[in-house]
Design a protein around this ligand. Structure first.
Ligand SMILES: Nc1nc2c(ncn2[C@@H]2O[C@H](COP(=O)(O)OP(=O)(O)OP(=O)(O)O)[C@@H](O)[C@H]2O)c(=O)[nH]1
Length: 358
C-alpha cells in the first residue's frame, strides 16, 4: 500500500499571515509538489488570487483548490471530503497537501475529518501550524483575554466570559503542533521573546513555538513534522465545552436550512464593496484605514483599479494597518475594484459602502 500523503493544516486568526507563509513555502519548496486547498471567508477569492499571482512554477493554478462557500468548519462534510477525494484521485499525486483554513474557522473539525474512512487510509495530518499575528497579540488584542479566561475556566467550567474572538484564538492555539509568531519584524527582541514564552506556556506540551517575519521559515521546519494529528485529539479539542460548543452537536448532515447554525461564525459577517477607479493609492489607503477605525472592521482585503495603471493594487488591512502594493496586471481578470470587508456581526454595511466609495 502506498504511504499516506502528509497534509499540513495552516490555521490562524484573520490577517495573521497564513497566505504569506504559504506563498513563501511554495516559492521555496525545492521541487516538492505541494497541493493547496484554500478555504476563504467571503465571496471574493482574494487569497487564491494572491497565491496564483506568485508565478512560481511549483504553484500551478491547477494545484489550487478553493472552497468558495465559506468555512471548512461548516462545510467539511459537503465540500472538504469531495475536494480531497478529487485531489487524491489525480494521476499526478502531490508530495504534500497544505490546507489554509479561513481565519475564522476552527481547525479541530477539519483535523477530525481526516479520520473519515474515505480519506484516512490515504492521507494523514503531518501537523497543524497556527500562525499568530505577533504584533496584534503583543498589543493585547487577544492575549489578555486568554490568560484571564483560562483562570476563570479553571474556576468554573460553565462560565462563559469570552468574546468569540478570544475563543477562536484559544482554540487555534490548543490545536497547534507548531505556533508561528509572525510579524516579528514589528516586535522588539524582548517583546518577541516574552510572547514566545507565553505561548509556549499556553500551548500543549511539546509544541514548538517559532518566530518569523513575513512567514519566512524553511520548508523543512514547516513540513515533515510527522505528527498524525488526527489520531491524537487529546488536549487538542476545543477549549470551551461549557456554553459554546463548536461542533459536538454540530450536525453536518442537517442544519443546512441556513437559519440557525449554532455556531460562532454567526458572529461574523463578510461582504464585498465595489467602487470606481481610485486616483491616489496612498490617499485611498488612508481612507480605508479611517473607515476601518470608524467601524471596527477586522480585516479588509482586495484589489483596486488605479487610474492610468495597468497593474492591480492589492490592498490588505489587518485592523487599521493597511498595506498596499501593485502586484500584477489585471490580465484576464476584470479591471474592477472589489474589497472584502470582514467583521463581527452588526457592521453598518451601508455606511461602510458609502465611506469606501467616497
Ligand atoms: N510587517 C509584517 N507584515 C506581514 C507579515 N506577514 C504578513 N504580513 C502582512 O499582513 C497582511 C495579512 O497577511 P496574510 O498572509 O494575507 O494573512 P492571512 O492570515 O492569510 O489573512 P486571512 O486570509 O485574511 O485570514 C498582509 O498585508 C501581509 O503583507 C510580517 O511578518 N510582517
Amino acid at each position: 500500500m502506498a504511504a499516506k500523503i502528509p497534509a499540513t493544516v495552516v490555521t490562524g486568526f484573520l490577517g495573521a499571515g497564513k497566505t504569506t507563509l504559504i506563498r513563501h513555502m511554495l516559492a521555496n519548496a525545492n521541487g516538492k509538489r505541494i497541493a493547496l486547498i484554500i478555504n476563504e471567508f467571503g465571496d471574493l477569492g482574494v487569497d487564491g488570487d494572491i497565491l496564483k499571482g506568485c508565478g512560481d512554477e511549483t504553484c500551478t493554478e491547477d494545484d489550487i483548490m478553493e472552497l468558495s462557500n465559506g468555512c471548512i468548519c461548516c462545510t467539511v462534510a459537503d465540500d472538504f471530503i469531495p475536494t480531497m477525494q478529487k485531489l487524491l484521485a489525480r494521476e499526478n499525486k502531490p508530495d504534500h497537501i497544505v490546507i489554509e483554513t479561513s481565519g475564522l474557522a476552527l481547525p479541530q473539525p477539519l483535523v477530525r475529518a481526516f479520520n473519515w474512512p474515505e480519506i484516512s487510509t490515504k492521507v494523514t495530518v503531518d501537523g497543524v501550524i497556527t500562525v499568530v499575528d505577533g504584533k496584534a497579540v503583543d498589543e493585547g488584542v487577544f492575549a489578555h483575554n486568554v490568560a484571564a479566561v483560562d483562570a476563570q475556566r479553571k474556576l468554573d467550567e460553565n462560565l462563559d466570559h469570552e468574546t468569540p474572538l478570544s475563543e477562536l484564538f484559544e482554540d487555534q492555539i490548543a490545536c497547534a503542533d507548531m505556533i508561528v509568531v509572525n510579524k516579528a519584524d514589528l516586535l522588539g527582541e524582548a517583546q518577541a521573546d516574552a510572547l514566545v514564552a507565553k505561548l509556549k506556556a499556553e500551548a500543549r506540551g511539546g509544541v514548538q513555538v517559532v518566530r518569523a517575519s513575513h512567514g519566512a521559515l524553511p520548508v523543512d521546519v514547516l513540513l515533515g513534522q510527522g505528527i498524525g494529528s488526527e489520531a491524537d485529539m487529546t488536549g487538542r479539542d476545543e477549549v470551551h465545552h461549557g456554553h459554546h460548543h463548536h461542533d459536538d452537536d454540530h450536525d453536518h448532515d442537517h442544519d443546512h436550512d441556513g437559519d440557525h447554525h449554532d455556531h460562532d461564525h454567526d458572529d461574523f459577517e463578510s461582504f464585498v464593496v465595489s467602487r470606481d477607479e481610485v486616483s491616489d493609492p496612498k490617499a485611498f489607503a488612508a481612507q480605508v484605514s479611517d473607515v476601518i477605525r470608524a467601524h471596527g472592521i477586522l480585516r479588509l482585503k482586495g484589489f483596486v483599479a488605479v487610474t492610468g495603471k495597468p497593474m492591480r493594487l492589492t490592498v490588505q488591512a489587518v485592523g487599521p494597518r493597511v498595506d498596499h502594493y501593485f502586484d500584477q496586471p489585471f490580465g484576464a481578470n476584470p479591471r474592477e475594484t472589489r474589497l472584502v470587508v470582514i467583521g463581527q456581526a452588526g457592521l453598518d454595511r451601508a455606511a461602510i459602502e458609502a465611506a469606501l466609495q467616497a
